[in-house]
Design a binder for this molecule. Structure first.
Ligand code: ADP
Ligand SMILES: O=P(O)(O)O[C@H]1O[C@H](CO)[C@@H](O[C@H]2O[C@H](CO)[C@@H](O)[C@H](O)[C@H]2O)[C@H](O)[C@H]1O
Length: 464
């Protein structure tokens, strides 16, 4: 076992000031930047750590930066603190052509004047520096690189940055490991490390077990910055596979059933690791209030949602009515943002679930609250619907077959079919579709018609 490496941090005074004008243009263009559409009014430094010396052939700076923007007012809520982002900034005299897409800009003032700065994760050397630090369990300034001592990390694994659409940024090392660096970071427990660790302790093999992780230990606050986990080689995600099946006019029922089984296995293991709670009227009422508030905020933000709001509200009211009649439910820790893209199928046909961070737009504390497992089920049902509606011509009935097969698979493991609670299911599907409307309006406006078609259906579906 290697000795921990300790090196002091550089405070980086002036560093952020010199990057300021460049970050104002570059940040809003990044997919992971959550503050799109709002002007940036300033930056403040949370921490700066020099990972490779400044001014050398290649300098490397790890930064945690608060980005100040006007608040989106949320009724009744105190203004949230400015978002904190993790940046890995490389600096060179000039960028080689292969790194051109990673360019942030040319610095004209301050300690890095004359240098070219860029997104360092796309450069193999900085990516190696991070992996080496995890292997060595290094402590550099406030950064802590930690790992499961039972898992080995071989040296000299060749890094390549992932170029898929994602909310964070990932690097694959030698097709053996994948490191996800979180972009918008919050102090406290990160469920994307917490839950996979808990599942690994339960012996649940449906979720890759974290091999190593990176944290920042700052005055009184700890941030999870990244997680390294085994890479599922040759895997395809459920979204790709569903679209492929749709393109060929193929049924996806057998895969949907297997996914239902995998989801139930993960839920069962989570319930063993972190005890479920009973949800009575008071808690249910507050959950329903949350759904109604999210709907109201969404209708404010996306005018196309407004005509459907009364019908959608009725889905939430129906759930509150059941609670008022004395019905209780069970809640537990769940995935929180389950969809086809979070399911990986290995070449041998085994499904794994990834990305337990929860919905990126929700406050961190809310993401860790126990929820009825139907929450994840509803996410997957929405995903089958998304797939059907994203191909031309649509294949009527394709999603319905998948939805039924998924619930049957779930029931085979759990013993309870999620369809036996239609009021709960409709409320959670509605909540998810509302989230998706906001997500698409912000990130992919061309996709807005997909959740809006579900909204129309859910708003007018009357239970018998
Ligand atoms: N363990 C893994 N093995 C193989 N590929 C993975 C693994 N974990 C993630 N990926 C790939 O990385 C992508 C992004 O991962 P994800 O955890 O969803 O990141 P984000 O939170 O940024 O959306 C996934 O869609 C998948 O293609
Ligand atoms: O980035 P994440 O994977 O954490 O999740 C966010 O982005 C997803 C899109 O990439 C978004 O999912 C929505 O679109 C999917 C198709 O691209 C579809 O399968 C999902 O059902 C639908 O919700 C997800 O909501 C968002 O949180």
């Amino acid at each position: 076992m290697s000795e921990a490496v300790t090196r002091p941090a550089t405070a980086g005074p002036g560093l952020l000031a010199s990057l300021d004008p460049l970050l104002r243009t570059w940040l809003p263009r990044q997919r992971w930047f959550a503050g799109k559409g709002r002007p940036i009014t300033g930056f403040s430094l949370v921490a700066a750590t020099e990972l490779l010396p400044a001014g050398g052939r290649l300098g490397l700076h790890h930064l945690l930066v608060r980005v100040h923007q006007p608040h989106v007012p949320v009724q009744g809520a105190a203004p949230a603190p400015a978002d904190c982002y993790q940046l890995l900034i490389g600096e060179r005299e000039a960028l080689p052509p292969r790194l051109a897409p990673a360019l942030i800009g040319h610095v004209t003032e301050g300690p890095l004047a004359g240098r070219t700065v860029y997104e360092a994760l796309y450069d193999p050397r900085p990516a190696e520096v991070i992996l080496e630090a995890l292997r060595a369990r290094a402590r550099i300034g406030g950064l802590r690189f930690e790992r499961d001592p039972r898992q080995e990390i071989r040296p000299a694994l060749v890094p390549r940055a992932l170029t898929v659409e994602q909310s964070n940024s990932s690097v694959v090392y030698g097709d053996t490991f994948i490191l996800k660096l979180f972009r918008r970071v919050h102090p406290g427990v990160n469920p994307d490390l917490e839950l996979p660790l808990a599942l690994a302790r339960e012996g649940c093999s449906r979720v890759p077990a974290p091999t190593a992780w990176m944290r920042a230990e700052l005055t009184g606050e700890s941030y999870v910055l990244g997680v390294l986990q085994p890479y599922v080689q040759g895997a395809a995600d459920g979204w790709e596979l569903a679209l492929r099946a749709l393109a060929k006019g193929e049924d996806f029922g057998a895969e949907a059933r297997a996914l239902g089984r995998a989801t139930a296995e993960v839920h069962t293991a989570l319930a063993r690791a972190l005890p479920p709670v009973t949800v009575g009227r008071a808690q249910l009422d507050s959950m329903v209030d949350g759904m109604v508030e999210r709907l109201d905020a969404a209708a404010q933000a996306v005018p196309a949602l407004r005509p459907h709001a009364p019908g959608l509200r009725s889905a939430f009211r129906a759930l509150a009515d059941l609670a008022a009649e004395g019905q209780v439910w069970t809640a537990q820790r769940v995935h929180g943002d389950l969809h086809l893209g979070q399911c990986l199928r290995s070449p041998s046909g085994t499904w794994s679930l990834i990305d337990f961070e929860g919905e990126p737009a929700r406050p961190p504390a809310e993401r860790r609250m126990p929820q009825p497992t139907v929450r994840d089920v509803a996410g997957m049902l929405r995903s089958f619907d998304y797939a059907e509606h994203s191909v031309r011509p649509p294949v009527p009935g394709w999603a319905e077959t998948c939805r039924a097969a998924y619930c049957s698979g779930y029931a085979e493991v759990d013993g309870r079919d999620p369809r036996t609670d239609p009021v709960l299911m409709r409320a959670y599907e509605t909540d998810k579709a509302v989230y998706e409307v906001v997500y698409e309006a912000r990130h992919r406006p061309d996709w807005l018609p997909v959740p809006l078609s579900a909204v129309r259906r859910l708003a007018s579906s009357h239970l018998t």
